[in-house]
Design a protein around this ligand. Structure first.
Ligand code: ADP
Ligand code: MG
Length: 432
């Protein structure tokens, strides 16, 4: 039997609208997109993880009942996230393939790390295990890790290589708990040949993620699989709940990356010019390399702007232009819009279907009080402002701020779904 899905879904929505609160309906249900029916499964798409989680936990029984009422059949539902994500993933994938050993310029600042990475790429699990790379942002950690991955992949396409950031490891773990798929999570991370975890510092202090990573590490190390880890600081400065992990980080080889010296900076700019078939006068290359010292990401940023300008005017670049670009670049970096408490309040209001005015008002209905509590907690997590200062944005005193944060923390300890949702909110705000 074939259904006209849209007709069925329209009827389902009508039924559901009477069953759930108005806020619940507009936040979670209204934008669900029915995509197909196969066998007894009704496939639905939503546009983010939080909604997927809410729909498949809190609303699935109701949806099934409504489907039954409309069609007379017992459907299962499958909820997927269909966002822009695949495209982003593709772009990230393409970009990461460009990071290789061939285009990594070696200098005194990174020679040791490069040698360690290459040794591991040539003899995974034999040379050094784990390989631990650390250094400040923009010095080439992610580049080297991708180079390892690309090298091993080219050598043996069959190798199962998993590359993940510390943040994704944590998020995927929380999501697997929420969706009852921890065993699939473990299977993915414990059955690979090579595991690369970039920016491990993100799991620090997250007790269960640390613990999960510890067992992942143990399983892989014992079965002689290669582990590569990067961090913005050395192992002994990572604030872990469990110190046993830190000592293991030092079992293999630990390499640090330093800011590049002048010659390395010159070489990096020249390589970029060559790659892009571009040209800058020697004097200009030197000027950039002299002035942009701290990290390679900045060096690339300034280089890109200078080249963009050159293409725009279709002429020669003067030292004044370079100086202006550098000044502007530094300014832009300083002015990067910080996330404000006001924007957090707006986000949370929209998320929970209330208004920003509600949140800072004295109203105490359940929905508003909950949205307020989350907004207060998220403000503290993201902005790091003091409790009295945060209080002023909510028309409340510092004791109320502390009380709300503690209350939510306690609730999250009991309710992992809530915890996952709140961390997704924080992630979404940061990405906005
Ligand atoms: P990190 O992960 O340490 O923050 P990245 O690996 O993302 O830094 O490096 C920042 C940028 O600088 C990337 O575009 C990378 O390709 C480039 N880069 C870093 N080190 C080198 C190097 N030695 N040679 C060429 N490019 C480099
Ligand atoms: Mg990085």
């Amino acid at each position: 039997m074939s259904y006209n899905m849209l007709d069925v879904w329209t009827r389902v929505l009508e039924l559901m609208e009477n069953e759930v609160t108005q806020i619940g309906f507009s936040t979670w249900i209204k934008d669900i997109v029915p995509v197909s029916v196969s066998g007894n499964v009704f496939y639905l798409n939503v546009d983010n993880n939080i909604t997927q989680n809410m729909v498949s936990t809190r609303y699935s029984a109701l949806i099934k009942n409504c489907l039954f009422e409309v069609t007379g059949e017992n459907f299962e539902i499958a909820v997927s996230v269909a966002s822009k994500e695949p495209k982003i993933k593709e772009a990230v994938e393409r970009k990461s393939q460009r990071y290789t050993f061939d285009n990594f310029i070696i200098g005194t600042s990174n020679r040791f790390a490069h040698a360690g990475a290459l040794a591991v790429a040539e003899s995974p699990a034999i040379a050094y295990n784990p390989l631990f790379l650390y250094g400040d942002v923009g010095l080439g950690k992610t580049h080297l890790m991708n180079a390892i991955k690309n090298y091993i992949k080219a050598d043996d396409p069959e190798k199962n290589i998993v590359f993940v950031s510390g943040e994704s490891f944590t998020n995927e773990f929380v999501e697997s708990i929420m969706s009852n798929s921890v065993s699939a999570f473990r299977n993915k991370f414990r059955s690979c040949d090579v595991l690369l975890v970039d920016d491990i510092q993100f799991i620090a202090g997250k007790e269960r993620s640390e613990e999960e990573f510890f067992y992942t590490f143990e399983a892989l190390h014992q079965s002689e699989r290669q582990i590569v880890i990067s961090s913005d600081r050395p192992p002994n400065e990572i604030q872990m709940v469990h110190n046993r992990l830190l000592s293991r980080f030092e079992w293999g080889l630990t390499c640090d990356l330093h800011p590049p010296d002048f010659e390395t900076r010159m070489a990096i700019i020249k390589q970029k010019l060559e790659d892009e078939n571009e040209f800058l006068e020697e004097e200009i290359v030197e000027l950039i390399a002299t002035k942009v010292k701290n990290n390679i990401r900045e060096l690339e940023g300034v280089y890109n702007r200078v080249i963009a300008y050159k293409r725009l005017i279709d002429g020669e670049i003067s030292p004044e232009v370079v100086n202006n670009v550098i000044e502007q670049y530094v300014l832009d970096d300083k002015n990067k819009k910080p996330i404000t408490v006001k924007s957090i309040i707006e986000f949370c209001a929209k998320f929970f279907g209330v208004t920003p005015e509600d949140i800072i008002s004295t109203k105490r209905t359940k929905e508003i009080a909950f949205a307020r509590k989350v907004a207060i907690y998220v403000s503290r997590e993201i902005t790091g402002l003091s409790s009295p200062k945060i209080g002023t944005f909510f028309n409340r005193d510092h004791a109320t701020v502390i009380y709300n944060c503690e209350a939510l923390e306690n609730e999250m300890k009991e309710d992992l779904t809530l915890k996952g949702n709140v961390s997704n909110i924080i992630k979404d705000i940061k990405e906005e």
